[in-house]
Structures are given as C-alpha cells and as structure tokens.
Design a protein around this ligand. Structure first.
Ligand code: NAD
Length: 489
C-alpha cells in the first residue's frame, strides 16, 4: 500500500489539517487500465470557503510573507520530503496520470522537485528593496525605496497532464515570494496534489493556512476561487477556453490573472536543414506522453520539395512508437487521461478524414490493448494550415505535416494560429535561422533540437496561449507587488 494514499482515500489540506471532503469522495481512475484505483476527498463549496479563509488569515496574521529565510527553509523541507518519498510519488504518477515511468525521472516528477531549490534560493537571494536615491518635487527632497512584496492570497488552478510540474511551478515561486495559496488541482489527478498535503503536514514547518489543497470533481470550485474577493491573484494553467472564463470571472474583483494556456506550435524546417533529424525529433516528441503537452510542436512545416521525404520519415518514426503500458520503462506513449480525452482525439482524426486528409499512420486504437484510453501515434497529411486539425489543440499523439514555399511562407504559416506558445526551427544558415526566430511570435523556441525547459528559463505564451511567464525570475516576479516608499531626505 502506498503510504501517501490511505485506504479510505486522500484528504483535503485546510488550515493545517488533513480533513475529509464535505461532498464525500470521488473515484481515481487508472487511464491505462480503466480501473478505479481508489478515491480522493471531494470538497464542497464550504470546504473551498474554509480554505480561502485559512489562506487569508495566514497571510494577514503571520510573519510568513516577511520571513524570507523561513520560507526558503520550508521549501527545502518540502523538496526533501518529496525526494524521500519519490518511489511512492512515482507509483501514484504512473497510476493516476498514465505518465510513462520513463518521464518521472524528468519533467513528470524529479525535475520539478529539484526546481524547488531554485524557488528556495530566490527567496533568500532576491533583492527585495531597491534604493532609488533622492529626488526633488515641488521643493521637497525625498529618498525613494522600491519594495517588492507578496501579492497576498493566490488561487492556483491546475490541469492533469504534468501535475507535479505545474503544481510545483506555481507553489514554489508563489510561496517563495511570500504568498499563501489555495491549490485546486484537476479532477483527473487529485492524488498527486493530495500527496503534497500529507508530506507538508508530516515533514515541513509550513504554518497552518499557508498552503491549502482542495481536490474536487467539480470544476465550479475553481470558479469560486476566481470570484472570491479574499483571493488577490489567480495563477491558472489549462485550456484557452477555460482561461477565458477565469479571466472574465476574475475581472469582477480585478484580480491579477496569470494564464498558461493551450498551444498549436510549429516546427519550422528550412530547406538547408537535415530533414531526417528535424522530422524524426519532431515526430518523436508529439508521441511523448501521448501528446498531452501544451508546448509540443504538432504542426510540422517542411519545404514543399522535401514534403514526400518528410512524410515518409515522420511515418517511420511514428509507426515505430507504439502506445503502450506506462509502467514499462521502454514506453514513451502511454494512454490519454480519460475516455473523454480519447473521444476528443478520435473526433479530430474523423474531421481530418472527412475533410479529405490522409491518415498515413495510426488513426485508431492499438489492436493489442483491450483496455485503457490509448490512441496510436497518428500522422495526418493533405490538409491546409487553416483546417481544424492544424488550427485547434488536439492534445493527443497527432502530427500534421504542411508544406511551405520558403522561409517567409514558413514564418507566415507558423504565425497563422490563435496560439503562440512554443516552436522550433531547423536549418543551417544562422542568418536564416535568426529571421525565423525573430519572426515567429511564441514564448519559447528551440533551435536545431535545443531544449528551453529549465528552472531558470521563463515559459509562457504570446497571443491566446497566455498572459505572464512561469519559472525563472520572471515567474517568481509574477507573484510580487511593487511598493514605492518615499521619506524626506
Ligand atoms: P481545463 O481548462 O479543462 O482545466 C484546467 C483546470 O481548470 C482544472 O483544474 C479544472 O477543474 C479547472 N476549471 C474548469 N473550469 C473552470 C472554471 N470555469 N473556472 C475555474 N477553473 C476551472 O484543462 P485540462 O483539460 O485540465 O488541461 C489541458 C489543457 O491545459 C490544454 O489546453 C493544455 O494546453 C493546457 N496546458 C497548458 C500549459 C501551459 O503551461 N501553457 C501546460 C499544461 C497544460
């Protein structure tokens, strides 16, 4: 039995106590087997209300926001507790998320735990005050000091695809900056968040109310967080559609909203690139975690003259990557999170067929898997960049290949999207690469396989992919207010 998931199911964390949910429990499903593997506490509206009250009281009534060294100490305790329980966390992550176990030594678990070090160090090393010196206005000379302070109570709303990465990329900097937090994780992955609750209680000095974790199968509890006037800021990761609701609902109380949303990123392959490497890398990456990554390059833009070769190379890579058991260390493409998500992916494949596209490989459920929400890695060709499968986020292991007519056309196609999250460029000539880097409107870009993901690297979107940046110093400063204090000099 996993000590982080008690037999009666996981608990909520509210005001420093592990408590049952006011609405009972809800089932946790293993997406690779479709089996109910246990339950999580199902919070009621009253539970959410109590969590917000606790976070408000902890922010207003304790020294948490002013004691930088103590916060760094607490974050290191949380990191160490997660490391000490990494095998149990790994088991939960593979079972609940369907995450290939291979990825838990990276971004699905160990990477984000290590990234807590960056947040803890920042709490200690950050320049909380800047002396602006003196200035004279209307005969009064004043010394001015800029102070950076925590925003207050932060509502964190997260999705299911990389739960530890996203929960910790919000909790780490929000807490390091001195805020208190109410975390509302996705209904599909309550255990990853609830496990944090029990580790916090048992292994850290984090004061009561500083972190509250409210699991629920009801999206409406997320909406309550966005509406409540006691919450100062919402940090949200999820779909662009939900992001719009969050922003609209937060507007009533003019909350700061920090949004990490969807993507439909392009891999731009120039005609002097090594086509085999560029296409192989891109095709491989869309199958990782069954394509459930917001920043994956799911549109492959290749020179028209190299189109047939590129399609053949992509088909070879994707047909060699079978969707399989996430507990197998060789698997990179596991299941989709739910039947609903599989329906969504299959619907897009049907749209592609109906519009005259070719399904070059994949396109269905793997024949060797009787249960589980699996879809084969799929390659779609023969459709323009304006088609729904090239414009809308599918969030499955599906790659669309589109020909371009030169560098300018490739940049135009990459930008012909409501999204602007990420992308890649492949080529040889540095000047041509630079023109693409400057021309593509996205928050991150990889050049010739360069990886942008790291604790100190800001990540986020242009256009309808979001507002603000997560990770790095920029991600920490999202959680800060600026106060200017002037005194007579
Ligand atoms: P989702 O938008 O359906 O849900 C995200 C979270 O919002 C969940 O916790 C959900 O309960 C909550 N929620 C739903 N309705 C709400 C409302 N009206 N008010 C407040 N909260 C509400 O997203 P998902 O299906 O869980 O995750 C997949 C999406 O997340 C994809 O679009 C993906 O691109 C995006 N994503 C973005 C990033 C990024 O950093 N940009 C990272 C990972 C995932």
């Amino acid at each position: 039995m996993n000590s982080l998931v008690p037999a009666g199911g996981t608990s909520l964390l509210i005001d420093g106590k592990l408590v049952p949910g006011g609405s009972g429990v809800f089932a946790t499903i293993n997406p690779a087997t479709e089996e109910e593997i246990g339950t999580a506490a199902n919070a009621s509206a009253d539970d959410m209300d109590a969590a917000i009250a606790a976070a408000r009281a902890a922010f207003d009534g304790t020294e948490w926001s002013r004691d930088h060294a103590f916060r760094a100490h607490c974050l290191r305790q949380l990191r160490d507790a997660m490391r000490a329980h990494s095998e149990e966390l790994r088991e939960i992550t593979v079972a609940e998320v369907g995450a290939p176990v291979m990825l838990t030594s990276g971004p699905q678990l160990e990477g984000p735990v290590t990234d807590l070090t960056f947040a803890a160090d920042l709490a200690e090393s950050y320049s909380w005050e800047t002396d602006l010196g003196t200035a004279e206005q209307m005969g009064i000379t004043s010394r001015r000091v800029i102070r950076r302070e925590a925003v207050g109570v932060v509502g964190a709303i997260t999705p299911w695809n990389f739960p530890h990465q996203i929960n910790l990329a919000k909790l780490g900097p929000a807490l390091a900056a001195g805020n208190t937090v109410v975390l509302k994780p996705a209904p599909d992955t309550p255990w990853c968040a609830a496990a944090l609750g029990s580790l916090i209680i048992e292994h850290t000095d984090i004061p009561a109310g500083v972190i509250n974790i409210v699991t629920s199968d009801d999206h409406a509890l997320g909406a309550r967080l966005t509406e409540d006037p006691r919450v100062d800021m919402i940090t949200f990761t999820g779909s662009t559609q939900t992001g719009r609701s969050v922003m609209a609902s937060a507007a009533a109380t003019l909350k700061r909203t920090f949004l990490e949303l969807g993507g439909k990123s392009a891999a731009v392959v120039l005609d002097d690139a090594d086509i085999g490497t560029a296409v192989g890398f891109t095709a491989f990456s869309v199958a990782v975690h069954a394509g459930q990554g917001c920043a994956l390059t799911t549109r492959l833009l290749v020179p028209r003259a190299a189109y047939d070769d590129a399609v053949a190379a992509a088909a070879k890579t994707l047909s060699g990557l079978r969707a399989g058991d996430p507990t197998d260390p060789g698997t990179i493409c596991g299941p989709l999170i739910s039947a609903r998500q599989r329906d969504r992916v299959e619907r897009y494949i049907e749209i592609a067929r109906a519009e005259g596209g070719q399904i070059v490989t994949g396109g269905g459920r793997p024949a060797d898997r009787e249960r589980g929400y699996f879809v084969e890695p799929t390659l779609i060709t023969g459709l323009p960049n304006t088609s729904p499968v090239a414009q809308e986020e599918i969030f499955g292991p599906v790659l669309v290949v589109i020909p371009h007519d030169g560098d300018a056309d490739a940049i135009r196609l990459a930008n012909e999207s409501p999204y602007g999250l990420s992308g890649s460029v492949w080529g040889t000539d540095p000047e041509r690469i630079e023109r693409v880097v400057a021309g593509v409107r996205t928050g991150t870009l990889g050049v010739n396989g360069g990886l942008w993901y790291h604790a100190d690297a800001p990540f986020g979107g242009y256009k309808q992919s979001g507002i603000g940046r997560e990770m790095g110093v920029a991600g920490f400063e999202e959680y800060l207010e600026t106060k200017l204090v002037a005194s007579p000099a």
